[in-house]
Design a protein around this ligand. Structure first.
Ligand SMILES: [Zn+2]
Length: 271
């Protein structure tokens, strides 16, 4: 049994990264504390109970929002609701509503990518462009479809952070290329490009924090991601006979569906 499963880093006076270095995907969860409420962005794979770590940092009522429904980001949702009466938030968008039965999100296997079912009840549906009031700290939810159709991020303009889940993150070692996944069920290369451009515009000097490995993402990686996707739409990737292509730019590699790239670039040419 690993003794210190969670590592906590303080990012500023009221923001923490909760890291799981011994989990094979080295997940990051983020705790944003206001004067009235605290928000946990992603609850982790659920291999360990994250509640004692959260309660070691704040006693405030807890809100929980996942960046997306892959199993390693929603693993503590049920536990937090049962043990801490956490309010579970979700984006009110078709990608999440299509997985919902009577206020319970039941991600299918293709959305959660794990054999274990991980349903969780939603207490509050956040409207598009909605903000979350933590008391003297208001953060915005942004839609970031690409890695999955239900991906969202958090922009915290007052404290200068953008939390992006699996939209972009660092490789296992700093020297390694970032290897991103854009060819999973519900991934979409066209959305990925659109969201990347949008994120680049709104980042506005804020620190970008990812869902795995070293937390802080060099903003140049976002330029790389845009360039990789732009290249994909206009180059050899669309002639690939393999179902998947890897598109690269700088230190960023992205796996995309060859069919999606072909369809998107054909559409582009015929316009
Ligand atoms: Zn993911």
């Amino acid at each position: 049994m690993v003794k210190n499963w969670f590592h906590v880093d303080q990012l500023d006076s009221s923001t923490y990264r909760i890291h799981e270095p011994y989990y094979w995907q080295a997940n990051n969860e983020y705790l944003l504390i206001g004067t009235e409420r605290a928000l946990l962005f992603d609850s982790g794979p659920g291999r360990r109970d994250i509640l004692p770590i959260v309660r070691g940092l704040t006693d405030l009522p807890l809100l929980v929002l996942a960046s997306h429904s892959h199993y390693d980001h929603i693993g503590n949702h049920r536990r937090l609701k049962q043990l801490a009466e956490a309010r579970i938030l979700s984006a009110d968008i078709p990608a999440t509503k299509s997985m919902t039965i009577a206020q319970e999100i039941c991600p299918p296997l293709t959305a959660r990518l794990s054999l274990l079912p991980r349903p969780f009840m939603v207490d509050e549906w956040l409207p598009r462009g909605g903000s979350i009031d933590l008391g003297n700290r208001s953060v915005e939810m942004i839609e970031l479809p690409g890695h999955t159709s239900d991906s969202v991020g958090i922009i915290d303009r007052s404290q200068g952070f953008v939390f992006v889940g699996d939209f972009i993150y660092n490789g296992a070692r700093k020297s390694e290329a970032t290897f991103l996944l854009g060819a999973l069920p519900t991934s979409d290369a066209v959305d990925y490009l659109r969201s990347s451009r949008r994120l680049r515009e709104i980042r506005d000097g804020a620190r970008i924090l990812g869902g795995h490995c070293d937390a802080e993402v060099d903003p140049r990686r976002l330029d790389d991601l845009v360039a990789a996707l732009e290249n994909a739409m206009s180059s050899d990737a669309r002639r690939s006979l393999l179902p998947f292509s890897v598109v690269n730019s700088g230190g960023t590699s992205l796996v995309v569906s060859s069919r999606q790239i072909r369809t998107a670039s054909n559409g582009h040419q015929s316009r």
